[in-house]
Ligand binder design. Sequence first.
Ligand code: FAD
Length: 620
Amino acid sequence: MNKFDVIVVGGGHAGIEAAGAAARVGAKTLLLTHRISSIGDMSCNPSIGGLGKGTLVREIDACGGLMGKVIDKTGIQFKMLNQSKGMAVRGPRAQADKEAYKRQMQKELLSYPNLTVQEGAVEGLLYETNDGKNKITGVTTALKEEFFAKTVILTAGTFLNGLMHIGENKTVGGRMGDISCTGITPDLIKLGFSVGRLKTGTPCRIEKDTIDWDKTTPQYGDETLTPFSYETKDFHPHQVPCFLTHTTEETHQIIRQNLDRAPLYSGQIHSIGPRYCPSIEDKIVRFASRKEHHIFLEPESLENDVIYPNGISTSLPLDVQEAMLKTIPGLENAKMLRPAYAIEYDYVNPQELKPTLETKRVENLYLAGQINGTTGYEEAAGQGLVAGANAALRAQDKDESFLTNRTESYLGVMIDDIITKGVDEPYRLFTSRAEYRLSIRADNADIRLSEKAAKVGLISKERAEKVGLKKNEIEGLLKLLQEDSYAPSFLREKGIDGIQDGARRSLFELLGFPNIDLETLSKVEPKIMDFSGPVQEQALIAGKYQGYLPRQQADIDSFLKEEGVFIPEKIDYKKIGGLSNEIVMRLEKYRPSTIGEALALKGITPASITALLSYIRNNK
Ligand SMILES: Cc1cc2nc3c(=O)[nH]c(=O)nc-3n(C[C@H](O)[C@H](O)[C@H](O)COP(=O)(O)OP(=O)(O)OC[C@H]3O[C@@H](n4cnc5c(N)ncnc54)[C@H](O)[C@@H]3O)c2cc1C
């Protein structure tokens, strides 16, 4: 009755994708979470996606995940960010209807095959010890119930010893209105895990009808909309605007006068928050010369009157928060529905993890989401997917893993970053973290990941076959574009002007010119228009980036040749000739999973990497 293949602890964004992935891979899965009604809750901003993060959502979707499908059904404003910049750095983003999002998510999960969803507060880990090695066997709850499984995934978010701060007031809880979890951290410490503390924060919430909207500027979504999910058809969501206002000199003065009452500056909060998502007091101190800071007023839902003022997260006392609002254009008479607050919570050093997100220390225990020192719904969801798939494969004794490296996905970039370098502040994904971002774009996640996902059962074979057909069509179109070459005089006759040098060029080469697109080229080769929009899009990108993509592919090939090489789990470093004792000790301590990870460790020399590589090759 209480026995499962996989237990997922926590129904946040990581837990949802972990449970979904494990169930899709065929494992009998239990999702244990505090409250079913809070599954899919957005603790902070009502939005999904953005730069880098939007690509991640597409990748999750390419692997059959839930986030993209659900936001397509419940988003209330969709935008492709960086539309005017290169295709490699564009990111889909949606304003979410928070209430509809979590309701839809709960509906999806509660009817998911292979998945049981149950309420319970997990307060302890069950494990067995053999020959000094620990192996997880299950979890216990606050009511002393025991649940057993072959693998366990912890996705406790900000709930481990969560402590919220509003000025001098401190309240225990994992999120406003929620309890915290005190039992898991002591077990993790007992098992030898390195546990630290991080911080994040959220702004107040405001009542819609108390805002003077005339003093703000509307911000609209796109007119031509692209859904997140490859499975979404007929996409015509009802869109609403957000509104822009800003802080003033008066706001900044109030904050400066009260800095000694800000937990961040009074010494009450010691832990580090997300540098790229600073609180308003942090912005005033760090960017002292700025006269104003943007505030986006975002509706939380079409079902209520709650507005999220994006940009003024703080932990200043309530009276200071009230005074600040009065100085912001449009918010002079705003009614605060809920105060802003900061939260401190425990996280586990992600260097404790393998690329499968299984812990190195305890067999069959996996960690995903904010517990690994990341921040953001999308980052959590991505890790959940990877942990869920791998925990399910292990639980079914399958001799394979679901791994993706940094040359093929943002999932790979994020996991590689956190497990090799660790974190000293909440980790957030950016396009700049991906060195191969020309190749790993939001538009080609299905092409990059479908085959891999289908191999382990994350998506159906039929879905992967459809992507295979799309790949073939892209190749067909590229071939068509490269088949013949044309003289400028011929092109001029067809209305394609501006090429003066007399050189013959293929249609593919012509795509490299800034003002030439496929529609223009169809004057020469009308068959181009027989291909579908998504197929044309891929050929267009290949044409526009023809000067860069082959170079990037060469970099990827050389990376894969060496850095991507996996190090066998049971390798005996002492047997490798040419490694100093110090290097053997370091490698034994961190047990890197790939050559790339070994390279990132401090003190590892190029000579030791050469020795390691040749040992792996000779002992294959
Ligand atoms: C106040 C606040 C401000 C934030 N601000 C930002 C921000 O500005 N930018 C940003 O990107 N991200 C922000 N975040 C973080 C964002 O909410 C998280 O990154 C994301 O939700 C993490 O997802 P998760 O699944 O790891 O955890 P969560 O979304 O926190 O979900 C954890 C889930 O697990 C359940 N749970 C926890 N412990 C147990 C247990 N022992 N037993 C049973 N169930 C359990 C909880 O009830 C919850 O449902 C903020 C979070 C908070 C709380």
